[in-house]
Design a protein around this ligand. Structure first.
Ligand SMILES: Nc1ncnc2c1ncn2[C@@H]1O[C@H](COP(=O)(O)OP(=O)(O)O)[C@@H](O)[C@H]1O
Ligand SMILES: [Mg+2]
Length: 260
């Protein structure tokens, strides 16, 4: 019987699947766009930061990233969920740092602090010459930045692609980390092939809100972890590197700004 039905209505299941996906998507979007978030987005539109949101590039527990149109160009708009979702996976040092900076432990205000933090870190990295999205405005839980991609399609994450020349990307990543550390005086602290996009044959660093000051007591350990992640990734691709080699090329954390 099921087979007959399948033959008569071959698309039925698929349509049901589509509808289910659609309603899941709707639920997801309703969750993101609570009233205050819509107000923030509308203000950013009024400010001329972008004209409209086009579609979600990525949605997760902590928030989503949307492509937006701004005149002739695209922008990326990151929307953090209001509530404690953003902080569930956050290590203790990062939450502490945020509470101190935002002088609050109210989750709503912390999300705003987190968004502001991502904005200011992006600024520092961008000004230091690190290849990362240029930040535009932010409001509450919404951050506007450069869209990294071509012809309206977002660039892939390093994790999802095969590199033609892993050595060149390795050397470039070393330069990015060195600029971050020596010039911006920041440690990314969540650097992995998931948080690096590949655009125009070059790596682009994203997802920077948890970055910490080079002077922070945990900075060294976090830098070592970042570097170990990447050394492992590149070794798997056949690049003769190691955490020590990578770290040496980055230079010591203690050196201060003159090392840049
Ligand atoms: N500026 C951007 N341009 C294009 N795509 C982006 C941009 N920023 C983020 N993305 C996409 O959205 C995904 C999630 O962004 P990310 O900042 O890593 O947030 P999180 O990991 O906290 O959800 C990325 O993996 C990438 O695919
Ligand atoms: Mg990420």
């Amino acid at each position: 019987m099921a087979d007959v039905e399948e033959q008569l209505f071959p698309k039925r299941k698929e349509r049901f699947e589509d509808r289910r996906k659609e309603s899941q998507q709707r639920k997801l979007l309703d969750e993101f766009f609570d009233h205050a978030t819509l107000v923030a987005i509308s203000r950013l539109v009024t400010q001329g930061q972008f004209d409209q949101l086009d579609y979600p590039i990525s949605t997760g527990k902590e928030g989503g990233v949307f492509r937006a149109t701004s005149g002739e160009v695209f922008r990326a708009v990151k929307v953090y969920r209001i509530g404690n979702a953003v902080f569930k996976r956050l290590p203790a040092y990062a939450l502490e740092m945020l509470k101190r900076e935002a002088s609050t432990s109210n989750y709503g205000r912390l999300v705003t602090g987190w968004t502001r933090r991502e904005h200011s870190v992006l600024h520092r990295l961008y000004d230091a010459g690190v290849r990362c999205p240029r930040p535009f405005g932010y409001l509450r839980n919404v951050l506007v930045m450069d869209f990294v991609g071509d012809e309206g399609l977002p660039a892939p994450r390093l994790q999802t692609i095969a590199l033609d020349d892993p050595q060149a990307v390795h050397d470039d990543m070393v330069v990015q980390v060195r600029l971050m550390v020596q010039k911006a005086r920041l440690v990314h602290a969540d650097l992995s092939p998931y948080n690096v996009l590949f655009h125009g044959g070059k790596p682009v660093v994203i997802d920077v809100a948890q970055s910490i000051e080079a002077e922070h007591p945990q900075a060294k350990a976090l830098l070592e972890r970042d570097v170990a992640n990447f050394a492992k990734y590149f070794r798997r691709l056949g690049v003769p590197t190691s955490p020590e080699t990578f770290m040496q090329a980055v230079g010591p954390l203690e050196l201060g700004p003159k090392g840049g």
